[in-house]
Design a protein around this ligand. Structure first.
Ligand code: NAD
Length: 483
């Protein structure tokens, strides 16, 4: 703990204790960074190795804690979506780190030759990472892999809605890293607010757009740069040229994994009118194939809490009240188990609440459209989505959709899987976020790419030193003409 300045004792009494503790950890991490501002390749690899081993050793405990927090989530879902994915990100970083760290040569203008230029990629210092509850491990450890690869220290703040997981993570991290390397801060929203107000060297926030705005405001006060990984309404567009079985299968999988509580889940479907009836039939058959039952089915995830369960029920009630054809694909939702079976709204309208907010649950509103331009107009009428899915084989339509909509990322003829590619940047645009991470993009986002210019002994610059005379004017005329 840093020594306290006695002259500040009066002010300290009004500061919440959580802030004192957070400030102490951040100070420790910043000092540790000052002591080694450019961790060697071996040091960074060792930190990534330890993180990987931590996942190998504690994977089961993490899955059990997440299961307890959800009140029912399969260990297979947690292994696949959180542990395997995080370990793949760590190994990808380890494999490519040497190349990423290499100073990159840059070109110099011809007037500066024979000087040289390069870019030195350096760690920023201490990075804050705030995570959501829906994939509580992946969305903290994914950014952490990038932060450690880039040579940073990091403080993690798990969501208060996954308290069991947060405690297991805290203990595992404390057994794996010194507090000056990585620290986990647990607590409620007031702790999250104090966390966001800390003068980090960079802050990565994953969560809702509404909270993202508050986090960006808090960070702006410190001029802390932020990566905002937010949510939104991600459309799945089904063109008449699509393989409809495949579209139904992949939309059902993407929608129902974690019961729709996935930032990149297809939020709603836009289906070309002449294939709508077939698509709906195939979608229902596919849901029944993947989940024969819902209540008591360990493969089907519970809704995280009563508030979200009631919110989803409210969306169905609102749709029914204004003429929505709502079909629940199973027994009625069970509030006791927080099991919410999938539901379709076959004639969704832009005015329904379900089309105005991110659903974050297993409800699929479906809207029929006539032309690709109609689908584009529907997508562009809302905020920029985090993801967009297009199903079809007509290349001209595909190109039109890709070039005339703007989304954080796209999977063609599938859902979700652009997120699992370490070679692709991941991040939203507009209301769905800003900045990217994953693989090299995460490494670079959490580094300072410092330009360095090494001036040669031979230089034409003295010709432009004062006192200015005819020669300077001649050179400027020449430079203007050549530029
Ligand atoms: P949330 O915004 O409610 O909370 C996210 C985190 O912010 C939590 O850890 C919470 O404690 C913290 N927080 C709450 N208020 C805060 C404040 N005033 N200042 C600082 N921190 C605060 O989001 P959630 O409900 O946990 O997650 C669901 C949302 O996250 C959805 O919108 C979803 O789309 C989005 N999400 C996005 C991604 C992505 O990668 N883009 C991934 C997962 C989830």
């Amino acid at each position: 703990m840093p020594e306290q300045d006695p002259s500040h004792s009066a002010a300290h009494q009004s500061v919440p204790p959580a802030t004192d503790r957070l400030t102490a950890v951040l100070t420790l991490q910043k000092r540790a960074h000052q002591a080694d501002m450019y961790p060697a390749l071996q040091t960074r690899r060792d930190r990534l190795d330890r993180l990987d081993r931590m996942l190998a050793e504690h994977g089961e405990r993490f899955s059990r804690a997440i299961d307890a927090d959800f009140g029912g989530r399969s260990g297979i879902v947690s292994s696949l979506t959180e542990i395997v994915t995080s370990r793949a990100a760590i190994r990808h970083a380890k494999r490519h780190l040497k190349a990423w760290m290499k100073p990159r040569k840059a070109s110099v203008s011809w007037t500066s030759r024979p000087s040289r230029a390069f870019i030195l990629t350096q760690p920023l210092g201490a990075v804050g990472i705030i995570g959501p509850w829906n994939y509580p491990l992946l969305l903290l450890l994914g950014p952490l892999a990038g932060a450690l690869a880039a040579g940073n220290r990091a403080m993690l703040k798990p969501s208060e809605l996954t308290p069991a997981f947060a405690e297991v993570l805290k203990a595992a991290v404390a057994a794996t890293f010194s507090e000056g390397e990585v620290a986990v801060i647990t607590g409620d929203v007031s702790v999250a607010q104090a966390f966001a107000a800390l003068p980090f060297d960079h802050l990565v926030f994953t969560g809702s757009t509404a909270v993202g705005r508050k986090v960006a405001e808090a960070a702006a006060r410190n001029l802390t740069p932020v990566t905002l990984e937010l949510g939104g309404k991600s459309p799945a567009i089904v063109d008449r040229s699509a393989n409809l079985e495949l579209a139904a299968e992949r939309i059902a999988w993407g929608k129902l994994i974690n019961s729709g509580q996935t930032c990149v889940a297809p939020d709603y479907a836009l289906v070309q009118r002449d294939v709508l009836a077939d698509f709906l039939q195939l979608f229902k058959a596919e849901v029944a194939r993947q989940y024969r039952t819902f209540e008591g089915n360990p493969d089907y995830t519970s809704i995280i809490n009563d508030r979200h369960f009631d919110r989803l029920n409210g969306l169905l009630e609102d749709a029914r009240a204004i003429g929505g054809e709502v079909e629940v694909l199973g027994d009625a939702p069970s509030r006791e188990q927080r099991i919410f079976p999938p539901a379709i709204i076959a004639n969704a309208k832009p005015g329904m609440a379900v089309m105005q907010e991110e659903i974050f649950g297993p409800i699929l509103p479906v809207i029929a459209y006539d032309t690709a331009d109609d689908a584009i107009a529907l997508v562009n009428a809302g905020d920029r989505p985090l993801s967009l899915y297009w199903f079809g084989t007509d290349k001209a339509v595909e190109e039109r959709i890709l070039k005339h909509t703007l989304a954080g990322g796209v999977t063609i003829n599938g859902t979700i899987l652009h997120l699992a590619q370490d070679g692709l940047p991941f991040g939203g645009v507009g209301a769905s976020g800003n900045g990217h991470y994953h693989g090299e993009y995460g490494f670079r986002a959490l580094s300072k790419e410092k330009p360095v210019f090494r001036q040669s002994r031979l230089s034409a610059m003295p010709l432009l030193y004062p006192p200015y005379g005819r020669l300077a004017r001649l050179i400027i005329r020449l430079l203007n003409r050549l530029a």
